[in-house]
Design a protein around this ligand. Structure first.
Ligand code: MGD
Ligand code: MGD
Ligand code: MO
Length: 763
């Protein structure tokens, strides 16, 4: 019997000691090597030089902001941006011959890595109901097919319109408009699996679900706290900002179960000295915290800060800020007056001295930025933890002043913009009212399904059509077996994509692949070169224009495809001018300007060099648009999730050679992993206690309250520095282990960083 490729560690897998600094020469060499192999020399050079330039295209990797135009490097990109550009600029093509050669049954046995290596999709393809292969279909027939399925639904709520965060503002706006004109708020998106906990936690406390800092604030801060984030891999350009802050005297506190290279040190590949010289040391204080210990830590920090304030009245708490701009201080102060020290130490795995040192650093800083990402948002207690960051920031008056603020670091390059444009299953009435006033129809008001609820709806037969604007829903979502059978139960799945992935293969009875232009490519819809716009993690909006020759002459832009589907489905219902939108994106921008708050004169503003920044009342004027009209201190119980005896907590994270479900290569250089991904990082003490050794091959088994046993097989154990009881492995391979019902309270985000598992020795 042949062993399926995905259940054994790769035979060539090698392990070396982890690195203690990120970027530097190997980073540049690796990215250029990969870019040249996939794109060819001159195309590579042209594309990389336009990356993140004022008149170029926005990097489609992460959402970290660009420096202002005066301060941009000629090469304003990082290794991973270059990999993303190379992946999209792939010179290989897959068209009808490819799909004739590979049946769905064959494609199902292929890895994500293999699929991404086949090349760019070039033509619309259809899998007819129950067919064994995808076959070519014309664009008009494809649109008609979607219209027919949507038209046949018993209710518009049987359709799901998923968005991945790479979609531009223009396509996002058109897409949500279509969904709502069709009659549903079922707009799940990748945010639901990503920063949803941030959006919920911040909206409740400061009145807006977005971060409150600009890039200058990071540069000017005197203390930067980085919780649950691996910037060396996932936001490499952030390291340049940290370096500037450090050179101005800032201190950095890093809080992470893993001693990530990009938190420890930095070799700046954009500076001649960075290539050869010594790395800049980043973290001044490193807290190697246990999984989900952050809630307890921040309550303890609040406790210590208030103690210091009592000893030194007026020196730690910004009393004026608290009095003028907040509510709920007394209840919060009372809650953290007494703290269960033993519970804090158990939850965090830290020493009290470590925590005291952190409190000292907070107390003596005057401009503090709090950064966080998936290590915080993908936990059961995520929303409560984020509210503790807010509590401490409010206590010290760190919102709405230069050099200070809250900095959730977003993932996908336009995930924040998509939300601004209305990709939200729970858009507020104010947004829906504006949509009604502009387009003259009454949008549905009932909340739609988020990502988790979308899977349940498909599984239970409540939803029958799934449309994916980018992304790879099947691989990105938790509980792979459940998600896969849910998608297979759909009558129709539609994927608007650049490259082949698992979501094309695990599909509905009828399935469409609609190939689209990527960000680097020239979009000549309507006979003129179009640009699109995006919003970064710090609410800055700017234009992006691709220049390279499209990967095929049949490709259409996302806007073009969405308008095609909308026109076929809705005809001239409500008189929405889908054809004009597709021909001139300024027509869309004009509507955005009238519907989306802060976007007045949108088409004009995005013509400005460097774009514009959206309003953010807490940042701009210390106004807090909450129900109470002030920033809100909150009280959360000190809850630590319990781990049963003999079990471990698994966090699922990214390697250095991937972008979410896209696997660029099989190395995780900074963590010392080469030629493979099926590894589990585990501490020496756990290895000894469980009777395993480095190099052993194990199966991961998760157990959940629903009584179902979930498995992921064939991982090599790697002895690694990680707190007792806390292990780590890569996503998406580990998604089969995460129960659909295991989600963060309030935000319903899958707990990708908290999966209780046991190890089983592979026979
Ligand atoms: N090259 C590249 N860039 C990317 C992406 C990519 O896949 N590749 N993905 C993009 C997207 S969509 C996103 S959302 C971001 C993700 O960016 P990150 O959030 O940096 O991504 P993860 O790899 O999930 O890393 C989570 C980090 O949190 C730590 N962590 C885990 N559990 C805990 C905990 O309980 N407490 C604390 N304090 N830390 C914890 C982990 O050790 C790890 O360092 O990156 C974006 N940028
Ligand atoms: N276990 C576990 N699961 C997780 C996470 C985790 O940390 N652990 N992280 C979660 C997070 S933070 C996120 S954001 C989600 C990501 O979930 P998604 O956003 O759904 O997944 P991606 O892998 O980013 O999507 C990649 C696909 O997008 C398509 N694509 C690429 N560029 C373009 C483009 O320009 N246009 C269009 N239309 N398509 C394009 C390609 O076909 C590619 O295969 O995964 C989540 N899932
Ligand atoms: Mo994300």
């Amino acid at each position: 019997m042949t062993v399926p490729p995905d259940t054994v560690p790769e035979p060539a897998l090698e392990v070396s000691p982890p690195k203690t600094a990120a970027a530097g020469v190997p980073a540049v060499a690796v990215s250029l090597g990969m870019a040249v192999r996939q794109m060819g020399v001159s195309r590579t050079a042209r594309n990389l030089l336009r990356l993140n330039q004022v008149d170029g295209f926005d990097c489609m990797s992460c959402a970290w902001p660009d420096p202002d135009p005066k301060h941009r490097h000629t090469a304003e990109f990082c290794e991973n941006g270059a990999k993303a550009v190379a992946w999209e600029g792939d010179t290989r093509r897959i068209g009808p011959e490819f799909f004739a050669r590979h049946s769905l049954a064959d494609l199902e046995t292929r890895s994500e890595y293999w699929m991404g290596q086949q090349g760019r999709l070039t033509q619309p393809m259809v899998r007819r109901d129950g067919g064994t292969h995808y076959e070519p279909i014309s664009w008009d027939d494809a649109f008609a097919l979607v219209a027919e399925h949507l038209g046949g639904l018993a209710s518009p709520d049987e359709a799901l319109f998923y968005t991945s965060g790479r979609a531009s503002n223009e396509s996002a706006f058109v897409y949500q408009l279509f969904a709502r004109a069709f009659g549903t708020n079922n707009l799940p998106d990748c945010s639901n699996m990503c920063h949803e906990s941030t959006s919920v936690g911040l909206a409740d406390t400061i009145g807006i679900g977005k971060g409150s800092v600009s890039l200058d604030d990071i540069h000017e801060a005197d203390l930067i706290v980085i919780s649950g984030q691996n910037p060396g891999t996932n936001h490499p350009r952030m390291l340049s900002a940290l370096e500037i802050a450090k050179s101005g005297g800032a201190k950095i506190i890093a809080i992470n179960p893993l001693r990530e290279a990009g938190l420890l040190g930095f070799m700046n590949p954009q500076k001649p000295l960075g290539l050869a010289g010594k790395p800049v040391e980043l973290a001044d204080h490193f807290l190697q915290i246990r999984s989900d210990g952050d809630l307890a830590l921040w309550q303890a920090l609040g406790h210590l800060l208030l103690q210091k304030e009592a000893a030194n009245p007026g020196r730690v708490v910004d009393r004026e800020f608290v009095a003028q701009h907040t509510v709920g201080f007394a209840a919060y102060a009372e809650h953290v007056t007494e703290i269960d020290r033993a519970a804090v130490l158990a939850a965090t795995g830290l020493t009290w001295a470590d925590i005291e040192k952190t409190a000292d650093m907070l107390a003596s800083a005057t401009k503090i930025v709090h950064c966080w990402a998936m290590g915080i948002t993908q936990h059961r207690n995520a929303v409560a933890t984020i509210k503790e960051f807010v509590n401490v920031a409010l206590l010290q008056g760190m919102i709405g002043k230069p050099g200070a603020g809250l900095c959730p670091v977003r993932g996908h390059s336009n995930v924040q913009g998509d939300r601004t444009m209305g990709i939200w299953e729970r858009s507020p009435d104010s947004f829906l009212d504006a949509l009604r006033d502009e387009f003259g129809f009454e949008p549905p008001r009932e909340h739609g399904f988020d990502a988790v609820k979308a899977v349940r709806a498909l599984r239970d037969g409540q939803a029958k059509v799934f449309v994916g604007l980018g992304g790879n829903f099947v691989a990105a979502m938790s509980d792979t077996d459940v998600t896969e059978s849910a998608l297979r139960a759909a009558g129709l799945t539609v994927q608007i994509s650049t490259k082949l992935n698992r979501s094309h293969v695990v599909c509905g009875g009828t399935a469409l692949i609609l190939p689209t232009l990527g960000r680097t490519e020239r979009d000549e819809s309507g006979g003129t070169v179009q640009r699109v716009t995006v919003e970064d993690s710090m609410s800055a909006v700017h234009a992006s224009r691709g220049r390279t020759q499209p990967a095929g002459d049949q490709l259409r832009s996302e806007v073009g495809i969405l308008c095609g589907i909308a026109a076929a489905t809705l005809g001239d219902r409500y008189g929405i001018p889908w054809h004009s939108f597709a021909k001139d994106y300024d027509e869309i921008r004009e509507r955005i300007g009238r519907v989306v708050p802060g976007c007045e004169d949108y088409a004009g503003k995005i013509r400005r060099k460097g774009g514009f920044t959206l309003p953010h009342p807490p940042r701009d004027s210390r106004t807090f648009p909450t129900a109470q009209g002030k920033a809100v201190f909150s009280v959360s119980p000190l809850a630590a999730v319990q781990v049963p005896e003999g079990r471990l907590v698994l966090q699922t994270m990214r390697s250095h050679d991937q972008f979410n479900t896209t696997i660029y290569g099989l190395d995780d250089r900074y963590r010392g992993i080469h030629h493979g991904r099926r590894v589990v990082f585990i501490g020496a003490a756990d290895l000894a206690e469980l009777g395993f050794a480095d190099g052993d091959v194990v199966h991961l088994v998760s157990e959940w309250e629903d009584g179902v046993t979930r498995r992921a097989e064939g991982f090599r154990l790697v002895e690694y520095s990680t707190p007792k009881g806390c292990i780590a492995a890569y996503y998406p391979e580990t998604n089969p282990l995460i129960p659909l019902g295991s989600t963060a309270l309030e935000s319903n985000t899958p707990t990708s960083k908290w999966v209780v598992v046991r190890l089983e020795r592979a026979a």
